[in-house]
Write a protein that binds this ligand. Structure first.
Ligand SMILES: [Zn+2]
Length: 178
């Protein structure tokens, strides 16, 4: 089964909401969106590697961490406690958020499995000084950002500006499973 790996901490609450949503559990972050899509760079002359109907495993940091890792729901880093005891259910105090409200559930590397329902190709660039998805209004971009699991579209834009060169129009493929 093909896999998609996620690692952006901004979308972690939405990803954990997806996990809960698919498992009929209570949403751990009820005020966050649920992640129903992912946007990946599409190299020139390449076709999307996934198609409608494909079942895909969604991982957290699939390639960069040991196989049996468990992670902190607050920061997405490996939780040594949960990993060494291989606990299925557990909570950790997040070291990144030292406060009374820093207790988070741990989660495994394999978040869930989804079925792709839509594949579209989008283009992003920083035309007019404002980064937007070509052919989409700001309102539509906000919606796409939210479906992608970002709480705020400015976070979404910052992520793509920081990680890709958008001075030239750049193509991306958007896989959707909502
Ligand atoms: Zn943490």
């Amino acid at each position: 089964m093909p896999a998609l790996s996620m690692s952006c901490v901004n979308i972690l609450p939405a990803l954990l909401n997806l996990r809960a949503y698919n498992n009929n559990e209570k949403l751990p972050f009820p005020d966050h969106p649920i992640k129903f899509s992912t946007i990946r760079p599409l190299p020139k002359d390449k076709k999307p590697r996934l198609k409608v109907g494909d079942e895909v495993k969604i991982y957290w940091k699939q390639r960069t961490t040991p196989k049996n890792s468990w992670f902190c729901g607050g920061c997405g880093k490996i939780s040594e406690v949960a990993t060494t005891t291989n606990r299925k259910i557990g909570f950790v105090i997040c070291s990144e958020r030292p406060s009374l409200y820093a207790v988070f559930a741990v989660f495994p590397k394999l978040i869930t499995t989804v079925k792709i329902t839509k594949v579209d190709i989008i283009e992003m660039w920083m035309g007019n000084g404002e980064p937007l998805i070509t052919g989409n209004t700001l309102r539509e971009t906000k919606k796409i950002a939210r479906i992608d699991g970002f709480r705020h579209h400015l976070q979404f834009m910052k992520f793509f500006i920081d990680n890709y060169n958008l001075k030239e129009p750049k193509k991306f493929v958007r896989y959707y499973w909502g």
